[in-house]
Design a protein around this ligand. Structure first.
Ligand SMILES: O=C(CO)[C@H](O)[C@H](O)COP(=O)(O)O
Length: 220
């Protein structure tokens, strides 16, 4: 049976109370803590740097799932590893040498992920998939929380799931953007096993009840 994971995105948390907000989703049953790092260059927003990631780390035992929306990306990766990142995910458009970037992440003791924007073709995975721990499918254009799920990304999730199965490896397939209690089952049916949810969790009054509702929808 698939072990589904919920990775709340702190992008929708109250930044003035970030430690408390991270502890709250941890205690509410999160599997990962998703950190969206945006540079106002690769994506149109500016968020969290390694200092903030390091400040979050003592507030949770859960793996820090760090999504770098930064270009160029390589030079900042060691800082996030030092800050306590457990998974570091990059975009293929943000590095000239994707294989080297994946090697760098692994050399720092972190799991490596590659993220595909909605319009990014699958062939970027052709030669690197077997070396990855995670593929992150963006189901919105990156930059902001609270956007609507782009339906055609379900086809992409299905295609990547087939490729992952063909490797025979335990590569996680994470989906990020517009994931809600009422669509998570369809996203899981397409082949995802890790679900990033920002506004769908942080914009509700009871995080534990919301994460439980996600798990119930996934079990149904
Ligand atoms: O990476 C992101 C945006 O670039 C966010 O993680 C993503 O959009 C999640 O937010 P929401 O669940 O509110 O859609």
């Amino acid at each position: 049976m698939t072990q589904f994971k919920i990775s709340p995105s702190i992008l929708s948390a109250d930044f003035a109370r970030l430690g408390e907000e991270v502890r709250a989703v941890d205690e509410a049953g999160a599997d990962y803590i998703h950190i969206d790092v945006m540079d106002n260059h690769f994506v149109p927003n500016l968020t969290i740097g390694p200092l903030v990631a390091a400040a979050i780390k003592p507030h949770t035992q859960k793996p820090l799932d760090v999504h770098l929306m930064i270009s160029p990306v390589d030079s900042i990766i060691p800082d996030f590893a030092k800050a306590g990142a457990d998974i570091i995910t990059v975009h293929p458009e943000a590095t000239l040498h994707l294989d080297r970037t994946i090697q760098l992440i692994h050399s720092l003791g972190c799991k490596a992920g590659v993220s595909l924007n909605p319009a990014t073709p699958l062939n970027v995975l052709d030669y690197v998939l077997e070396n990855l721990d995670l593929v992150l499918v963006m189901s919105v254009n990156p930059g902001f929380g609270g956007q609507s799920f782009i339906e055609y990304t379900l086809r992409k999730i299905e295609a990547i799931r087939k490729r992952i199965e063909a490797t025979g490896k335990a590569i996680e397939l994470e989906v990020d953007g517009g994931v809600k209690v009422d669509n998570v089952r369809r996203v899981a049916d397409a082949g995802a096993d890790v679900f990033v949810a920002g506004s769908a969790i942080y914009n509700t009054p009871d995080y534990a009840a919301t994460i439980a509702a996600f798990r119930k929808a996934l079990a149904g």
